[in-house]
Write a protein that binds this ligand. Structure first.
Ligand code: IDP
Ligand code: MG
Length: 150
């Protein structure tokens, strides 16, 4: 099933110069970028995005971290894209994330885990709607698609 998922490269990924590495992995997988935006999250947007974690002990630190510098917000499309990107990200705690995953290969701690990816098709739809207008999402044909999709 072709799906879309929302991906956000967090301030640590930007500061550490890992945007190219991570975008490269998603591109190499054959996922198709349909939206990208480099921005600094306003506090209200950060709190809304992480609303499910409000009240948890790590919430204030999470908001401070995610608003501390620019982030790269993206939408990627592909076969089973939501679960596929979650698998590529690895577990939330980089110490539990397997080698070969983004967090397993590139990160040390849960509080600096470089990447967000939607956890369900429903959250993806909601998050894409919060971060992007329709005109910021590109429908485009890619000439290699017949070599990725039969
Ligand atoms: P996920 O990003 O793998 O979906 P969630 O449990 O939804 O993980 O947590 C959202 C984000 O909140 C994590 O990616 C991480 O940045 C932060 N976070 C979660 N738990 C902790 C913690 O115990 N300490 C610090 N930050 C945390
Ligand atoms: Mg989550």
């Amino acid at each position: 099933m072709i799906e879309r998922t929302f991906v956000l490269l967090k301030p640590d990924a930007v500061q550490r110069g890992l945007m190219g590495e991570i975008v490269g992995r998603l591109e190499s997988k054959g996922l198709k970028p349909v939206a990208m935006k480099f921005m600094r999250l306003p506090k209200e947007l950060a709190e809304r995005h992480y609303g499910e974690h409000k009240g948890k002990i790590f919430f204030p630190g999470l908001i401070e971290y995610i608003t501390s510098g620019p982030v790269l917000c993206m939408v990627w499309e592909g076969e089973n894209a939501v679960a596929s990107v979650r698998a590529m990200m690895g577990k939330t705690n980089p110490q539990d994330a397997l080698p070969g995953t983004i967090r397993g290969d590139l990160c040390q701690q849960t509080g600096r885990n470089a990447i967000h990816g939607s956890d369900s098709v429903e959250s993806a739809r909601r998050e894409i709607g919060v971060f992007f207008n329709d005109y910021e999402i590109q429908e485009w044909k890619r000439s290699v698609d017949p070599w990725l999709f039969e």
